[in-house]
Design a protein around this ligand. Structure first.
Ligand SMILES: CC(C)(COP(=O)(O)OP(=O)(O)OC[C@H]1O[C@@H](n2cnc3c(N)ncnc32)[C@H](O)[C@@H]1OP(=O)(O)O)[C@@H](O)C(=O)NCCC(=O)NCCS
Length: 336
């Protein structure tokens, strides 16, 4: 198959008309605007349709509150397969419902992987116009579209965004990267050091999200080091203390966005303590040159505090938080 996303062209019209007959025979609950426009054109004339889609791609004669958008036809050789519509920017309304990309596959070609294949081509187009990530949304009931969005996160990369509820309808939203992001997984060992209902953590700030959060002490495991050797070395380097390591709390994964960049860590967590002279302090100065002026602090664990990795806070029986502190907090908002 020679699959491509192309500008709408007269040579595909016989196939498009056949697809429109399919749409008439099997109307879709989730018809997208770009297909409705195509169906309307079949009843009037395609000449002005071709001109309208060209203009709208260039930002000419846009309807009020509409942004420039490019309509593509997904074709396999000369056969029309579906329509993809790429909005070049978002408006506050599109951020809630609609997103950057809408797609529809003709009924006779659904379930063959075309939506995902077409989406990959559309992500390339989005990348060409300078988008690093795109928002895709669908109603909660649209299981097929959600399956495509979910597959895109898994295979290309992305992140699920909080859903919206508009007029009682729940809209699922995902951000998908327009190019696969490559990076390294970092093995990390951390310490959960408890003092009453407080935990030792360092306050950090994400300037892109404009968000304060806390990170537990620890660091990367070097080649040839055991988990415990790495934790001892890291704590010695950071605050000069000889850490006392207790039981291992488990292995966790942490996939996150910090300052706009994706990170991926495999974390081994230990319950631990510091010598009494350190435990007596509320704030412990970091001595490592690159962290001069920073302090670890025993911070109270409250539901409004973002302490990472978030798995620690999840309300599961196996949650290390529950095992160390005897309680855990869950706040869907804070677990984002
Ligand atoms: C959503 C749509 C584009 C999917 O097209 P498609 O070509 O059938 O999709 P694909 O074949 O690429 O993949 C569909 C995935 O959805 C899954 N799927 C299909 N129908 C499903 C259903 N009813 N429930 C759950 N999953 C479903 C498939 O199993 C497949 O997942 P898999 O690859 O893990 O097996 C198509 O159904 C459509 O045109 N719907 C109408 C318009 C629409 O809803 N557009 C999206 C608006 S946001």
């Amino acid at each position: 198959m020679t699959l491509q996303l192309t500008a709408p062209e007269p040579k595909y019209l016989p196939s498009v008309r056949a697809a429109i007959a399919e749409y008439a025979a099997a109307p879709s609950e989730f018809e997208i605007h770009a297909v409705r426009k195509m169906i309307n054109a079949a009843q009037t004339d395609f000449i002005s349709y071709f001109e309208t889609v060209r203009n709208e791609s260039l930002g000419i004669n846009l309807k009020p509150n509409h942004v420039s958008h490019t309509t593509f036809w997904l074709v396999d050789n000369d056969k029309y397969i579906g329509t993809f519509d790429l909005r070049h920017t978002l408006t506050p309304s599109l951020e809630q419902v609609g997103g950057h990309i809408a797609y529809q596959i003709r009924p006779s070609e659904q379930g063959k992987g075309y939506a995902f294949a077409g989406l990959k081509l559309c992500l390339e187009k989005a990348h060409q116009i300078g988008l690093e990530k795109v928002l895709i949304t669908c109603t909660q009931k649209n299981l097929a579209s959600y399956a495509v969005m979910h597959k895109a996160i898994l295979e290309i990369g992305g992140i699920e965004a909080p859903h919206t509820v508009i007029n009682g309808i729940t809209e699922r939203r995902v951000w998908v990267w327009t190019q696969k992001r490559s990076g390294k997984i970092r093995p990390l060992v951390i310490a959960v050091i408890k003092k009453e209902n407080k935990v030792l953590a360092i306050p950090c700030y994400d300037s892109v999200k404009n968000e304060k959060f806390y990170r537990l002490p620890g660091g990367g495991i070097e080649f040839g080091e055991t988990f415990e050797q790495a934790l001892k070395r890291e704590i010695k380097e950071e605050i000069g203390a000889n850490i006392i390591i207790g039981k291992q709390l488990g292995v966790f994964e942490n996939i996150f966005i910090f300052n706009g960049k994706q990170g991926h860590e495999i974390i081994i967590a230990y319950e631990a303590a510091l010598p009494p002279e350190y435990m007596a302090q509320d704030k412990i100065a970091m001595i490592e040159a690159e962290f001069a002026g920073y302090f670890y602090e025993f911070t109270e664990i409250t539901p409004d505090k973002r302490i990472y990795p978030k798995i620690l806070r999840q309300d599961k029986k196996s949650s290390p938080w529950r095992r160390v502190f005897g309680f855990s907090f869950i706040s869907t908002k804070l677990l984002q």
